[in-house]
Design a protein around this ligand. Sequence first.
Ligand code: NAD
Ligand code: TYD
Length: 344
Amino acid sequence: MQTLFVTGGAGFIGCNFVRYTLDKHPDVRVVVYDKLTYAGRLENLQDIQAKHGKRLVFVQGDICDGAAVDAAIGENQVDTIVNFAAETHVDRSIMDPDAFIRTDVYGTYVLLEAARKAGNLRYHQISTDEVYGHIHGDHRSLETDCMAPRSPYAASKASGDHMVAAYYITYGLPVTISRGANNIGPFQYPEKVVPLFVTNALADMPLPVYGDGQQMRDYQHVMDHCAGIDEVLQHGVIGETYNVGTGKEMTNLRMVEIMLDELGKPHSLIQHVEDRQGHDRRYCMNVDKLMALGWEPDYTHEQAIRATVRWYVDNRWWWEPIRSGEFKDYYRRLYGERKVISKG
Ligand code: NAD
Ligand code: TYD
């Protein structure tokens, strides 16, 4: 039986990946290794534990703690590391980059080193389209494009990618990297734009759209991303990087309109506010390389947005306690003093 060590497996994409993997591969065991920061939650794994029992093991720990990582890998006979663990929110990285450097850069190094010491374990790094930076004209980022990150979050993820490549070249560590577009779907912490706006709209609160809302993103369903990661793990070429997204793009404003229409809420909830510092105007990737392996997305942007809205409508038990905790202070700090430009 193969054992995957899934770091950050109690977070949004990690928990969906564990769900996908245990359902699809009956011969795989998963060890989730997670620090349980504000974004990591045991509730995210509850249904999986109930369904798969001993095929899921949870270990609480920090990827920056080398001794704890070595022990968890050794005790669980791990053969593959999939690293989702990261600080992930651009706005938080702008307010305080420190934890991003620690986890996304140093933590990645610790995991690579652990993989090397354990006898060159298979290693997969979860990265992001944000490492390519703002994309001009109608270009779609290729895996071979230079990285040009512009936020502290993106810079820390790009550093992680460089370190992964260095371990492949220097030590022959069998690595792959996948770079995902914006994910949406169940269990996403409501600081990210889609769950933030759905949960605000359900409370008839304004939706703070940064600037003119004409920024372009590729909102892919998290399960399409998970299937893409699985494809790379099964059939990806060692040493290679794969983009994962729909390859299409949509403005933030269009995304908000679809969401409000699905909720039956008025567009007057839209409030244009002061823009994010250094806001990347456009991300868009070419995903032909992954599609050549046989993968393709199931959801269009619109289907992904509507399905996500419905999940949040049906799962208040999950997000209501979050919005009444640490989140309140965060919301006040980020949005409390933010200048409103226009409404509706
Ligand atoms: P998330 O913030 O929901 O979850 C991150 C998880 O990592 C949490 O469970 C947290 O507790 C854990 N974690 C954080 N620091 C840790 C540490 N030092 N040690 C151990 N665990 C730690 O993030 P997400 O949206 O699920 O993103 C997962 C990965 O996917 C990240 O690497 C992110 O950069 C990447 N990614 C995200 C998106 C997106 O749209 N959300 C898109 C592309 C790539
Ligand atoms: P986000 O979910 O933070 O992802 P990323 O910055 O990693 O793409 O934001 C997605 C888009 O939504 C991005 O263009 C910023 C914008 N946005 C808003 O307009 N208002 C908000 O309150 C947030 C959180 C994001």
